[in-house]
Design a protein around this ligand. Structure first.
Ligand code: NAI
Ligand code: NA
Length: 397
């Protein structure tokens, strides 16, 4: 069939298998062009199908030649309906890995459940024995806690006071004011349940118990800090509480991994257009100003550039010393947070309105990145060609 983007609010209902494949091929090519990494050998990526997790899987496999097990939660194609982009990304990844003789297997299911944890660990035990790197890159609005059976939903709200600031509808370019009422106490608890560190710790405990972590194994989860304009709704809001919890959990996991000479870190990454970040108010306006500023300064990066820098300049350097900030975190948001970048954005923020944004912000860059997430608007893809949506994933366990 001919597949076109069908937008509804902040999501796109369709995705293009050939475009998604092209996205993956571009990321593989970028990684290969950077040269080989003396990096991990056997890697588990939880949240491996899109965004930072996919980039982590590609960097491990095609940068370090590592075997990877990827876990994700994606919808397969059904009659006349396309799959979610992460499904097609994973199909493309598996195909390329197999072609290159690199071990790769994938599991599609709820990573928060005991069942998927056990299934994943059984696969690791059977095929790889142990892993030396675990990347935790889930972004989800909902989690059912397997211990209590309670389903929690995360919210994106300020704490204690009403938040009001500019935002943009990136489809129309209209800048308006958004007001968000403060959260309740249960909103905080729920958001921490979903996006905090509890599930990461459960994974690491289960892997440890099963003796599936090699000596010196490392685990990493991703966090975000960001600028002052988004602070009330992001870092000091409900999601920020979850990130505080995630960051605190890194120290607990690190303690546990000491017995095997392992370690656990949080890496603070740059703001990027992903399915998760597009839904957060104010962030799209900030990202469009950020992209413009960083592109002008020639320091703009996407997920794959970020994760390659993380592996090459933080995790697997020749000295093997990992540079950390005062709170013990890895920072690859260093260029985003540079003073000249942030000062420029503060200046642009004042000027941003519907009439100025197309000049002072990179609205087109935002839009094209968003479409790219779903496999649309990629160079070298013929979107008028009849396309088979019914693509399956090789080595799906
Ligand atoms: P994403 O939406 O692109 O990726 C989420 C991944 O989690 C996908 O592979 C999806 O299949 C998987 N997933 C979701 N629910 C699942 C479940 N129940 N079971 C199994 N897999 C599930 O998100 P993105 O942006 O790559 O985020 C990953 C992490 O990076 C998050 O912790 C996020 O907060 C963090 N981060 C994101 C930034 C951004 O600007 N996008 C900036 C800095 C950090
Ligand atoms: Na991810």
């Amino acid at each position: 069939m001919i597949i076109e983007p069908r937008m509804r609010g902040f999501i796109c209902l369709t995705s293009h298998p050939v475009g998604c494949e092209k996205n993956v091929l571009n990321q593989i090519e970028y990684t290969r062009n950077q040269g080989a990494i003396a990096g991990p050998k056997k890697v588990l990526v939880i949240g491996a199908s899109t965004g930072f997790g996919l980039a982590s899987r590609i960097t491990s496999a095609f940068g370090a030649n590592a075997s990877t097990v990827g876990v994700f939660f994606e919808k397969p194609p059904s009659k006349g309906k396309t799959a979610t982009p992460g499904w097609y990304n994973s199909a493309a990844f598996q195909k390329e890995a197999l072609k290159s003789g690199i071990y790769a297997k994938s599991i599609n299911g709820d990573a928060f459940s005991d069942e998927i944890k056990q299934k994943t660990i059984a696969l690791i035990k059977k095929d790889l024995g142990k892993v030396d790197l675990v990347i935790y890159s889930l972004a989800s609005p909902v989690r059912t806690n397997p211990k209590t059976g309670v389903t929690h939903r995360s919210v994106l709200k300020p704490i204690g006071q009403t938040f009001s600031n500019k935002t943009v509808d990136f489809h129309t370019g209209i800048v308006s004011n958004v007001t968000i009422e403060p959260c309740s106490e249960t909103d905080i608890e729920n958001t921490v349940e979903v996006m905090g560190g509890e599930d990461w710790k459960m994974w690491m405990e289960s892997l440890m118990e099963a003796d599936a972590l090699s000596d010196g194994a490392m685990t990493l989860a991703y966090s975000y800090i960001g600028p002052q304009v988004t602070e009330a709704v992001y870092r000091k809001g409900t999601i920020g509480k979850a990130k505080d919890h995630l960051e605190a959990t890194a120290f607990e996991i690190a303690d546990m991994l000491k017995h095997i000479n392992g370690n656990a870190f949080v890496s603070v990454n740059k703001a990027l257009v992903t399915q998760a970040s597009s839904a957060i108010p104010v962030i799209p306006l900030y990202i469009s100003l950020l992209y413009k500023t960083m592109k002008e300064k020639e320091i703009h990066e996407g997920c794959i550039e970020q994760i390659n820098r993380l592996f090459r300049e933080r995790l697997y350097t020749t000295s093997r010393e990992i540079p950390l900030d005062e709170a013990g975190r890895i920072r690859i948001d260093d260029w985003e947070m540079r003073e000249d970048v942030q000062n420029k954005i503060t200046e642009l923020w004042e000027q941003a309105d519907t009439s100025t944004l197309s000049d002072i912000g990179d609205l087109n860059g935002y839009k094209s990145d968003f479409l790219n997430l779903f496999g649309f608007g990629l160079e070298g893809v013929d979107y008028l060609e009849d396309t088979d949506e019914n693509i399956q994933i090789d080595e799906l366990v």
